[in-house]
Design a protein around this ligand. Structure first.
Ligand code: ZN
Length: 417
């Protein structure tokens, strides 16, 4: 894995992560995001449907919380998770927790961490964690970590303990990794912890950077855990300590405004769970990221749309990840009952090309499964196109314009960040 940066604009890094996969045949552009899955499948979509989407990243994320309880079956199967789940040629990244789910706290010890599957809690020691990695056969995985410090008011002592434990877990994982033939060529991402305490964040970053890891996961900064200002400040302090030529993945952050702020703080990669959350609440992403010269009118129209949807989330509070955001429209709303326009004018996805808002409204109020399918197609396509636009804006010195487009509201040129 090799990160080649082509530009760095005010902290935002544009580049390509090359040599991904066992044969080094894949690459991933940054800033970018991964494909979010439940047990290897993008919720609501078959592989065939998924592959019709443009701008799809080459990296698929799976989580141990889904996989751990199937360890025995996978061991019996022998050929790794990719084949088990019928995945095509994709880079497989294995993380500990599902970024769209909150794990209960209070279950880590010096020797174990816990994940929650459909059958309940599963306790992982380093030995079990590494045995799972050998069974899953991912291309990269995040190291085992004590990430229980994301809640407000976690004591300094507890945060320090989490950093120490996470470094100890990493050393133990690396030791097993280096002695495993099965894991040859597989990359490890180190976890940066430290809660909301700056010195601990810096210590965690510096110590993790000394280890032979391919990249870094920034943990405990997810939506709902702290204000964006503090998140930006901590993220920028951490990324400053990390080597320039290795990727930084921020866990649990997916909202477009937060993504933009974190890219400016030096983050390269995000998890792609946000379109799933939007789909689950019956909403469609409708924010504009069009920075072409004559996009003004279309942008105003979209902004009116999302403002009219009402009950919008305001910046400033600690935001609930499940609550509707400023970037989407609520298609269950009665106002769409007779609205025969596509979800987003000009969107090239299957849903927008073939269906109207009124039809989606009908599917949602009658609880048809097709609603989730069509919404997931549009939301995934829209979200990944946003990342494409972000890279284009960075390449052409138009980041400020893109920010105005994404964050702007009628009668307000730029939202307070
Ligand atoms: Zn669409």
């Amino acid at each position: 894995m090799k990160l080649e940066l082509s530009r760095v604009v005010k902290g935002s890094r544009l580049g390509v992560l090359k040599g991904l996969g066992r044969m080094g045949q894949h690459s991933l552009e940054v800033p970018g995001c991964l494909v979010y899955t439940h047990f290897g499948t993008v919720p609501h979509l078959t592989q065939d449907t998924l592959r019709t989407l443009k701008n799809l990243p080459s990296v698929t994320q799976v989580t141990l919380s889904d996989i751990a309880e199937h360890q025995e079956v996978l061991e019996e199967f022998r050929d790794g998770f990719r084949k088990f789940a019928g995945l095509p040629d994709t880079v497989l990244y294995c993380s500990l927790h599902d970024p769209a789910a909150t794990s209960p706290t209070g279950y880590t010890t010096n020797k174990t961490v816990s994940v929650w599957g459909s059958g309940g809690r599963i306790e992982l020691t380093v030995a079990k964690f590494m045995a799972l990695q050998k069974t899953v056969q991912p291309d990269w995985y995040q190291s085992m970590a004590d990430g229980e410090t994301w809640q407000n008011n976690t004591s300094r002592k507890r945060v320090r303990k989490s950093v120490d434990r996470t470094l100890a877990h990493l050393d133990e994982c690396l030791l097993v990794h280096q002695n495993s033939q099965e894991l040859e060529g597989v990359e490890v991402f180190g976890m940066v912890e430290g809660g909301d305490i700056l010195e601990e964040r810096i210590r965690s970053a510096r110590e993790t950077a000394k280890r032979p890891v391919a990249g870094f996961c920034l943990d405990g900064l997810q939506t709902g855990s702290l204000q964006q200002d503090l998140r930006t400040q901590l993220t920028a302090a951490v990324t400053k300590e990390l080597p320039e030529n290795k990727p930084r993945l921020l866990q649990g952050v997916g909202r477009p405004d937060e993504v933009l702020a974190c890219v400016e703080a030096g983050v390269d990669l995000f998890e792609g769970f946000f379109p799933f959350q939007v789909t689950e609440r019956g909403c469609a992403l409708c924010f504009s990221f069009d920075i072409s010269p004559d996009s003004e009118r279309a942008v105003l129209e979209l902004n009116e749309e999302r403002d009219a949807a009402g009950d919008l989330q305001q910046n400033g509070d600690l935001d609930e990840p499940t609550k509707m955001t400023y970037f989407e429209m609520n298609l269950k709303d009665k106002r769409y009952q007779g609205d025969f326009r596509p979800l987003v004018e000009g969107c090239g996805c299957y849903c927008c090309k073939n269906h109207q808002r009124a039809y989606l409204h009908h599917l949602l109020v009658t609880n048809e499964l097709l609603a989730g399918v069509l919404l997931m197609i549009h939301n995934t396509s829209h979200y990944h196109s946003f990342f494409g636009a972000l890279r284009e804006a960075l390449a052409n010195d138009k980041l400020d314009l893109l920010k105005r487009r994404v964050l702007g509201r009628p009668g307000q040129t730029e939202r307070k960040e």
